[in-house]
Design a protein around this ligand. Structure first.
Ligand code: DGL
Length: 268
C-alpha cells in the first residue's frame, strides 16, 4: 500500500501536448511517481464548448483520483481556463492548473506591458489569461491569438514537417505587429514549436513556456503539504484514451520516458 508521499502525481491533457508540462515535472522531481493521461480519443479540446471540456476534465479527474493520485495537474490550458474551480471543488487533493502561475511568472517580464498569448479558441474565448494578467497588473495589455492548426500539427507528430515553419510564422505575425515583448505559449502543444518561434521572433519577445512555472509550483505544493516523495527514483505510467502505439510513437518524440503506455477506453 502506498502512503501519501509515494502516491503518484496525476497529470492530464487532451493529448500528447501535456508531455511538455510532464517533462518539466519529471526533470525537476525525478523521485516522484507520476501517471499521465492523454485524452487522445476526444482530442481536440480547443474548439469545444466549455461545458464539454468541463465534463471531460471531471471524468479524467475521477479516473486519476481512482488510481490514488496525491495531486492533480491540469496541464491543459483549455481545461485550466474553463474547469479549474469544478475540479478543485470535486477532489480532496491539491489541484493545479497552468494559467495563474504562468501569469505571475510572466507579468514582471514585460517592460512594455504588452503580452501575447497564443492559445486554443476555447482558452481565448474564456479570457482566462487577460483576466489573470489584469488581476496582477491592470496596465498590462494582452494580445490573444487562437491557433488550433498548430495544436493539430504537434498532436499529429508533424512539428518538424515541411510547412510547420510557415504555419508558425502566420500564427505569430499578429504578435510581431503588436510589438509584444513577452509571448506565452498558452497551449501545451506549442512548446514543441518553440525553436521555430525563437528563430522567427529573435529578440523581439521573450517566449514563456508555462511548464517552468508549473513544475516549480508542483514542487512548492508538495513540500508545503509534506507529501514529497524522497524515497527513490519515481516511475511514470502513461494512459491514453486513444491508441497506445500511436501515443508511444508521437509521445517518444516529445518525451523519451514515454515507454509504459496503457489504453483506457471511455465507455460512452
Ligand atoms: N493541449 C491543450 C491546451 O493546452 C488543448 C489542445 C486541444 O486539445 O485543442 O490548451
Amino acid at each position: 500500500m502506498m502512503n501519501d508521499r509515494q502516491a503518484p502525481i496525476g497529470i492530464f491533457d487532451s493529448g500528447v501536448g501535456g508531455l511538455s508540462v510532464a517533462r518539466e515535472i519529471f526533470a525537476r522531481l525525478p523521485q516522484e511517481n507520476a501517471i499521465y493521461f492523454g485524452d487522445d480519443h476526444r482530442f481536440p479540446y480547443g474548439p469545444r464548448p466549455a461545458e464539454q471540456v468541463q465534463r471531460f476534465a471531471l471524468q479524467i479527474g475521477d479516473f486519476l483520483f481512482g488510481l490514488g493520485v496525491k495531486m492533480l495537474v491540469a496541464a491543459c490550458n483549455t481545461v485550466s481556463a474553463v474547469a479549474l474551480p469544478l475540479l478543485t471543488a470535486r477532489f480532496p487533493v491539491p489541484v493545479l492548473g497552468v494559467i495563474e502561475d504562468t501569469v505571475h511568472y510572466a507579468a514582471p517580464l514585460s517592460r512594455r506591458k504588452r503580452v501575447g498569448v497564443l492559445a486554443t479558441p476555447s482558452t481565448v474565448a474564456s479570457n482566462a489569461y487577460p483576466l489573470a494578467f489584469h488581476a496582477v497588473d491592470p496596465q498590462i495589455e494582452v494580445v490573444q491569438v487562437a491557433s488550433q492548426f498548430l495544436v493539430n500539427l504537434v498532436e499529429n507528430g508533424n512539428s518538424d514537417k515541411q510547412g510547420a515553419l510557415s504555419a508558425t510564422l502566420r500564427a505569430i505575425a499578429p504578435f510581431r505587429r503588436a510589438e509584444v515583448d513577452v509571448l506565452i505559449l498558452g497551449c501545451t502543444h506549442y512548446p514543441y514549436l518553440k525553436t521555430k518561434m525563437v528563430e522567427l521572433l529573435g529578440d523581439l519577445a521573450q517566449i514563456v513556456d508555462p511548464a517552468i512555472a508549473v513544475s516549480l509550483r508542483v514542487e512548492q505544493e508538495l513540500l508545503a503539504r509534506g507529501i514529497s516523495n524522497d524515497i527513490k527514483q519515481g516511475q511514470n505510467i502513461f494512459f491514453t484514451s486513444g491508441d497506445a502505439g500511436r501515443f508511444r510513437t508521437v509521445g517518444q518524440q516529445l518525451e523519451p520516458s514515454v515507454q509504459d503506455v496503457r489504453e483506457m477506453r471511455w465507455q460512452e
